[in-house]
Design a protein around this ligand. Sequence first.
Ligand SMILES: NC(=O)N[C@@H](CC(=O)O)C(=O)O
Ligand SMILES: [Zn+2]
Ligand SMILES: [Zn+2]
Length: 445
Amino acid sequence: MKKLLKGARVLDPARGLDGVMDVLIEGGKISAVDKEVTAGDAEVVDLTGLVLVPGLVDMHVHFRDPGFQYKEDIESGSRSAAAGGFTTVACMPNTNPPVDNAALVSYVISKAERVGLVRVLPVGCVSKGRQGREMAEIGDMAAAGAVAFSDDGKPVADSSLMRRALLYASMFDRVVIDHCEEPALSEGGVMNEGYISTVLGLPGTPRSAEETAVARDIILAGETGARVHIAHVSTRGSVELIRRAKAEGVRVSCEVTPHHLVLTEEVVMGYDTCAKVNPPLRTEEDVEALIEGLKDGTIDAIATDHAPHSEDEKDLEFDRAAFGISGLETALGLVLTCLVTPGKLSLSEAVRKMTREPAGILGVEAGTLKPGSSADITVIDPDREWTVNKYDFLSKGKNTPFHGWKLKGKAVMTFTGGKMVFKDAAWERDRKARIVYKTGGSPRP
Ligand SMILES: NC(=O)N[C@@H](CC(=O)O)C(=O)O
Ligand SMILES: [Zn+2]
Ligand SMILES: [Zn+2]
């Protein structure tokens, strides 16, 4: 079965490609990317006016499976990912039981394959039971297909355990992803510590809770020569520490979430628990530093930290509600609307940080349109104006602070291994209607 995707602006930052081109898919793989590809017997999809990029890669999601499937499961999470334009996601092991052994790694992989929508790459725990005491069976899990190790949701607070985990994971060329939070400093905190937390009377988490942990991880990575990846960086100080460490040759990488790039602690003013997230939303000064960090390469990747929760866990007093934002279906729209359109980041830089960079950190083959690679493709309509409606989310998690936001730019088709796993039905109706209006003819059925 051949498919010819015609006439889109094709953007593949991994190969420095940007121009109107055709993409031919054969046997689930990309077989050609070029100006005017012809393939007589192929099904032709006209993508004029659209942007075609490698399937987006999200290196940090929570699919809650096993154990918390009422919040999300591998199927609903996969559907949500495809709708957001993602074809590869790495899912965190803070499940019940936690993914801390090879059998559970295999469970995630086989369930995701059965669902068959996107590639789900399991991240295994650093410690047994995510208890932060004994190291988990990292080697076994790596052999079973774990792409990285993390106790996410919690830091690896014991520095000796972290040091040994870095050394051990590096033997398998896997990265440790740390949720940087010094518990003694963050204890009880539910939002950023500062003027607004004082006004609201809510306990705050100081920036130092994150930054002391970032500093420690940099020191351990520097000493061991192992790679460390810092999850969800949120403060200016963290960006500065990582920038300096990179300049000194430490093997550190990091990610930032869309919500930390577009929101500040001010949205907590109405006590909206959908704005309760860990690490907390910070200030304008931090947001500016995060964007600067993205631009100068200090921040490698944009990752959603998609953290779906049930209504019951969010519909509570602010200090009792769960931390987390359901992010897969708003990420691309937010990045395009709030960063690319205002010129803070080029489209190519944004795509790179959502494809090639995270794939490279995880060491997986994804995030490029190189001929021979799996036909994982996202088609974006950069002009599509839409309003975020949490009730339309395919994710079970409706916990978003962006409900009602007007965004411009959206994934409208997603292909994994050449198979269409998502198409935006409302967009397609409007596009057909526009074609009829322009030509005065009737649309093809
Ligand atoms: N980010 C969050 O606020 N919550 C995450 C945990 C985490 O990523 O630390 C979750 O699992 O709900
Ligand atoms: Zn975390
Ligand atoms: Zn997380």
